[in-house]
Design a protein around this ligand. Structure first.
Ligand code: ZN
Length: 181
């Protein structure tokens, strides 16, 4: 697991956090794509090559980029929220997470939880309008489900909305409950 506590998000740290995200997926797709491209070249079948390029495009610009933008949306808001003394950026082989420390106003916690998925939904709507034939918008629009209480973002939104003007203690403070958004 990669983990780094920072007082605010800097581009270099963000790249070190996000670029290797879900690397086993990239590795699997990469190996399968390289093999298939080789077969396409050897058998001179450009249609197979084109299909591989489409799959790689969806993996990188759809799956990876949408989750990177989602987590960056959380991290940027948390990193600038008054009372948040630091944020811990974490990456396991398949998962990204942000944990704020210090304390946060309910309003800011709500904003941090909503902005991750909402950035993706906004980009999805834009892609849908500009390039519907790419089908890349689906990866981004799907992030809308994270706004429901079935997922931790949706549950954080509900808790934060109920404590809109209150200051919520976070991990790293003396009495803070565990809380990851
Ligand atoms: Zn989220």
């Amino acid at each position: 697991m990669w983990s780094r506590a920072v007082d605010r998000i800097r581009p270099r740290t963000a790249l070190r956090w996000l670029l290797p995200a879900a690397w086993p997926v990239r590795l699997t797709f990469g190996a399968a794509a390289a093999t298939t491209l080789l077969v396409a070249a050897l058998t001179t079948q450009p249609a197979i090559g084109l299909a591989v390029v489409i799959v790689i495009t969806h993996d990188v610009f759809g799956l990876w980029a949408s989750f990177a933008i989602h987590e960056l949306g959380h991290a940027v808001v948390l990193g600038t929220a008054p009372g948040v003394s630091a944020i811990t950026l974490e990456r396991t082989s398949l998962r990204l997470s942000v944990t704020p420390h210090g304390s946060i106003l309910g309003r800011d916690a709500f904003l941090a939880a909503v902005l991750g998925p909402l950035c993706c939904v906004a980009i999805g709507l834009l892609l849908w309008a500009l390039a519907p034939q790419s089908f890349l918008h689906i990866w981004y629009l799907v992030h809308g489900v994270f706004l429901t209480p079935l997922f931790s973002d949706g549950r954080t939104m509900l808790r934060a909305a109920a404590a809109w003007r209150a200051r919520i203690p976070l991990p790293g403070s003396d009495s803070g409950p565990e809380k990851t958004v």
